[in-house]
Ligand binder design. Structure first.
Ligand code: SF4
Length: 345
């Protein structure tokens, strides 16, 4: 376990009036229990002090390896999980501690697109019913009006109204993801949480679905929390990117700047791992070593120190604070403490 408490995490950019979502110091620990009495013997520190904001019409990409906590953040925002502590404010409403009835009314304004749309569909339901289900659940439409709306949504995502009477198994993975997006849009949400929404698709189909999401954002003014492990995908769709490592955001900033000049050694290793990133011959020097440690026992000091090619003595003792490293950019690394000092690894 970390012997030095992590410093309070600062938000990546200053609050703005048009922020749709504001997450402050969000923490989610899952207890590990043992024995008949269910004694807590450890905590999986899945999310450990995460803060960010998403403006209206903006996309924040959250990127990181499996186990970094990004999907747990998605479930906390959507209230599918309860936080250990922290604050989530959506459209000016504090969600944490909100009563069920009030939360239900707000829930239709934020929806999720899953990695595997088939898992969210009942295979015995027609596509008209799959898309109409949230309309009925939120009492927005029923019967003919739900079917008409489902047809409009199918056309919006590039399918046709004649697909309404088909069943999920009659569609390809890319078409099924379009149906998943149509279903998510049924309640006219303002925020879409896309959790690895294109990760299971072929590269060419990925591009089509990403372009669809971008068009829908322009036309409907949507905000996205876009979660993926692939930095290329995140770069393509995001205005801003937050890089997560072992439950914490270690770097955040505008997507183009962050990818062109990553400041944190972990971001640099992710950037170097994607094709064509970094100068030739530089990859071995910047790639992270080995596997990420377990979030149930994160390393003391900087959580990345066991894999960081630039680690030095202090990194093993003291957790670096998330600090400004440029206009509208933050990162947490001791090497970035003083202006002009760079984490060049
Ligand atoms: Fe690497 Fe140390 Fe910076 Fe952590 S604080 S990223 S271990 S150099």
């Amino acid at each position: 376990m970390s012997s030095v408490a992590a410093p309070a995490r600062a938000a990546g950019r200053q609050p703005a009036e048009d922020d749709l979502l504001c997450v402050r110091d969000l923490v989610k620990h899952f207890p590990v229990t043992r024995g008949l009495l269910g004694r807590t013997v450890a905590n999986v520190r899945a999310v450990d002090g995460v803060s960010f904001r998403i403006g209206r019409g903006e996309t924040l990409g959250l990127v990181g390896e499996s186990g970094s906590g990004k999907s747990t953040v998605a479930r906390l925002v959507l209230r599918l999980l309860r936080e250990t502590r922290g604050e989530i404010v959506f459209a000016g409403h504090e969600l944490t501690g909100m009563r069920a009835g009030e939360l239900k009314r707000l829930r239709r304004r934020m929806q999720i697109v899953f990695q595997d749309p088939f898992s969210a569909f009942d295979p015995r339901m027609s596509i008209a019913d799959v898309i109409g289900e949230p309309l009925r659940a939120h009492r927005l439409a029923d019967g003919r009006s739900a079917r008409r709306r489902a047809g409009e949504l199918l056309e919006l995502v590039g399918l046709t109204g004649t697909d309404l009477d088909k069943y999920p198994h009659q569609f390809s993975g890319g078409q099924a993801q379009r149906i998943g997006i149509a279903r998510a849009l049924a309640t006219s949400p303002e925020l879409l949480v896309c959790d690895e929404a294109v990760s299971a698709l072929d590269v060419s189909v990925q591009a089509q679905v990403l372009n669809l999401l971008r068009r829908l954002q322009r036309e409907l003014g949507l905000s996205y929390l876009f979660i993926a492990h692939d930095l290329n995908v995140v770069r393509y769709i995001s205005d801003r990117v937050g890089v997560m490592y072992l439950g914490q955001i270690v770097e955040e900033g505008p997507a183009d700047e962050l990818l062109a000049d990553p400041r944190h050694p972990y971001t640099r290793s992710l950037a170097a791992a994607i094709a064509g990133a970094g100068p030739p011959g530089s990859r071995r020097r910047v790639l992270a070593r080995g596997e990420a440690p377990s979030p149930s026992d994160p390393p003391a000091g900087c959580r990345f120190h066991t894999r960081c090619p630039a680690a030095f003595g202090r990194c093993r003792e003291e957790a670096p604070a998330l600090r400004a490293v440029g206009p509208d950019r933050t990162a947490s690394c001791h090497l970035l403490e003083r202006p002009g000092q760079e984490a060049r690894t």
